[in-house]
Design a binder for this molecule. Structure first.
Ligand SMILES: *Cc1c(COP(=O)(O)O)cnc(C)c1O
Length: 477
């Protein structure tokens, strides 16, 4: 046995590279990432690539490893080349963010040291850091200091945690589901529908509320429907509003909806995954007034604080409710009980988790908040700038942007407008310097600009305007 153990040890020690191996491997990784960032302003935001990363399959996982140079070549060709480049400032589709560098270094630190951020007892510093960040975000939104929350992988899980908490807080048992009512906007993000389904609430009565011409919930219609539902002996328990819809960037009337929810004892959740961090700007703060009236909120640092993908946040005003929906009991966890500081494992579905706090804490500490604030204000202004310039080019536009999403389409003198805009979108993708996406609004194929990548500046918007102008001309000829 001893002999076998020695043999095994020799091989397993390969998992700890030597100083030299670490240095050599790191050198290649750093060289590649430096090249990536140094060229980010000129590499395309979208690459048509028929292979779509298939080359990865030609290099299967085997008993024997390969060198870092080979590995990076595989990544470069198959992962970082095809389709969308979400790190590019030219990413103006969906909801971008970008991926700030110090976050990557935060991940590096978190991963090398492998701190355990699930339980206070095991990782007090890591958990404290996460709780401190939750308090900071609670403060930004006007939530009380003792707000509970969780750093999740993204907004979808944040919404799910909130919906589950609402379900349990309002004591919706299986037999209540069919007569319980959830109010939401037809423009609610699909992750909200998904959360409702996963939470076992898909058989609730779902009231998709009427919207005004700026795609915002009409509060009077909400209350009218709510009273009607009460009269009909249904059980209204949850209303979900958006602080920035993905489609159009609309902000529902957060304050009035909050008053109605409070009056009738509903749980009030706000999906601020896209728009929440605009509270850092004075304009955004005004637009999001009333957000503090909610019971829970989802907000995405990997959008509004430009972090690399992998960080959303849920905040819940009443810690007891978040805890009641997510606590655990297990004999093998008995040593971890009995601390004042909240542990993420008791407030979320996860036990072992990535130490996500460091990827947010480090950039906030190194940069300070100031450049984040400026970058968000810049994005609000760029959306306004685009909105006015695109009108000058003869495009039809949706409402003036409330945040940083603009919807627009070109209506040609002859021919089908939907087809025209589809072709226009394809032409923009083929050019590839900037990337935009589309949606259907009132049955019409509509182009979207979503300005939230931290590397997007006025020159990026000018490039998009130029690409649109040239291609409208080409397609009209
Ligand atoms: C992006 C987004 C989500 C989903 O968040 P993920 O981080 O992608 O999981 C939810 N709601 C809104 C409004 C969003 O923009």
């Amino acid at each position: 046995m001893i002999k076998r153990l020695k043999e095994l040890e020799k091989i397993s020690r390969l998992l700890e590279p030597t100083v030299k191996e670490r240095a050599e491997t790191r050198k290649e990784v750093v060289a590649y990432t430096e090249e990536f960032i140094n060229n980010i302003e000129t590499i395309k935001a979208f690459n048509m690539d028929a292979e779509m990363g298939e080359g990865l399959l030609e290099s299967p996982i085997t008993e024997k490893g390969i060198g870092i140079k080979k590995a990076i070549r595989l990544i470069k060709k198959n992962v970082d080349h095809p389709a969308l480049n979400p790190a590019s400032g030219g990413h103006l589709g969906y909801i971008p963010g970008g991926g700030i560098y110090y976050s990557a270094l935060g991940d590096y630190l978190a991963d090398v040291t492998n701190r355990y951020a699930g339980i206070f007892y095991a990782g007090p510093g890591a958990v404290r850091m996460e709780n401190m960040l939750i308090s900071w975000m609670a403060g930004l939104l006007g939530y009380p200091k003792h707000t509970a929350g969780n750093l999740t992988s993204g907004g979808s899980i944040a919404n799910l945690i909130a919906v589950v908490t609402a379900r349990d807080a309002k004591k919706i048992r299986a037999r209540d589901v069919e007569r319980s009512v959830i109010y939401l906007s037809p423009q609610a993000h699909h992750s909200v529908d998904k959360a409702i389904r996963i939470a076992g609430l898909k058989e609730c009565v779902l009231r998709h509320l009427p919207l005004d011409e700026q795609y915002r919930i009409i509060p009077e219609e909400f209350e009218r429907q709510l009273l009607l539902d009460k009269k009909n002996k249904l059980n209204p328990f949850l209303v979900i509003a958006s602080a920035g819809t993905t489609d159009t960037g609309a902000v529902d009337p957060l304050s009035t909806i909050g008053d109605i929810a409070a009056k009738h004892g509903l749980w009030y959740h706000i999906d601020a995954a896209y728009g929440g961090f605009f509270v850092l700007t004075s304009e955004g703060k005004k637009k999001l007034a009333g957000i503090e009236k909610s019971d829970s909120v989802a907000i995405d640092p990997h959008k509004g604080l430009f972090l690399p993908y992998g960080l959303g946040v849920v905040l819940v005003k009443d810690k007891k409710q978040l805890h009641a929906a997510h606590y655990y009991q297990a004999n093998y966890m008995q040593d971890a009980q009995g601390f004042d500081e909240a542990s993420p494992a008791e407030l979320s579905p996860e036990l072992t988790k990535h130490f996500r706090g460091l990827r947010l804490w480090l950039p906030l500490k190194l940069h300070g908040v100031k450049p984040f604030r400026a970058c968000l204000e810049e994005k609000l202004l760029l959306a306004k700038y685009f909105y006015h310039e695109i009108k000058k080019l003869g495009f039809e536009t949706g409402p003036e942007p409330e945040l940083s999403v603009v919807t627009y389409r070109y209506v040609p003198k002859k021919g089908n407008a939907d087809d025209f805009n589809k072709k226009l979108l394809e032409a923009v993708q083929k050019d590839g310097r900037v990337f935009i996406s589309s949606t259907m609004l009132e049955g019409k194929f509509t182009l979207r600009l979503a300005c939230l990548a931290f590397r997007t500046h006025i020159s990026t918007i000018d490039t998009l305007l130029e690409v649109l102008k040239v291609n409208v001309k080409k397609l009209s000829a």
